[in-house]
Design a protein. Structure first.
Length: 184
């Protein structure tokens, strides 16, 4: 395929197929080795070329985001996945990927936005509720976090972790309302 790409250098599909073939070869033994990084970078270049040739190539944008994530290029992943969402806003797996990427970067406000977007389409996913509740807690938005926990408890009333979280957040809210005087 690498030889064939020279004959069709302006084919988005050819670049996409070559990138996929490279990635299949990288993962043939089900793990990523340091020696595979050159191949991953080559796949990234071909996914990027596919999107350059045909900017509406949804799958190539999604895969470019995945490859960037593998290479620890969060900004590249975000750009690729956000572009993919402009093409198809209903593909929620990348919404979740965006939420998790922003969370890993410490941008909790953006993570909250994407977790909320994800939950609008996937209303029973425990992981998204759990992560969203945690992000809101870390932002000091305890009441919103409680509401997220309560929303999930309507799905699974036996989720003891959320019941405990609600108690802890209510205590934090009470402490905010009635701070103890600190001796001077």
């Amino acid at each position: 395929m690498q030889h064939d790409i020279k004959n069709v250098p302006n084919s988005a599909q050819a670049h996409n197929l070559l990138a996929h073939a490279i990635m299949e070869d990288v993962f043939k033994d089900n793990r990523l080795n340091d020696s595979d990084l050159n191949n991953v970078n080559e796949a990234k270049m071909h996914f990027a070329k596919a999107t350059e040739i045909y900017p509406f190539f949804f799958n190539a944008w999604v895969d470019l985001g995945k490859v960037n994530k593998m290479l620890n290029d969060n900004s590249g992943s975000i750009k690729a996945w956000q572009t993919a969402l402009t093409i198809d806003s209903t593909f929620t797996p990348i919404v979740l990927q965006l939420a998790q990427t922003f969370e890993s970067m410490g941008d909790y406000e953006q993570a909250v936005n994407y977790y909320r977007q994800y939950l609008r389409a996937n209303q029973t996913t425990f992981e998204a509720y759990d992560n969203l509740a945690r992000m809101l807690y870390l932002l000091g938005r305890y009441q919103e976090s409680i509401e997220i926990c309560e929303a999930y408890l309507k799905i699974d009333p036996n989720q003891s972790e959320f019941l405990n979280n609600i108690q802890n957040m209510r205590a934090a809210l009470e402490a905010q309302k009635n701070p103890k005087s600190v001796p001077k």
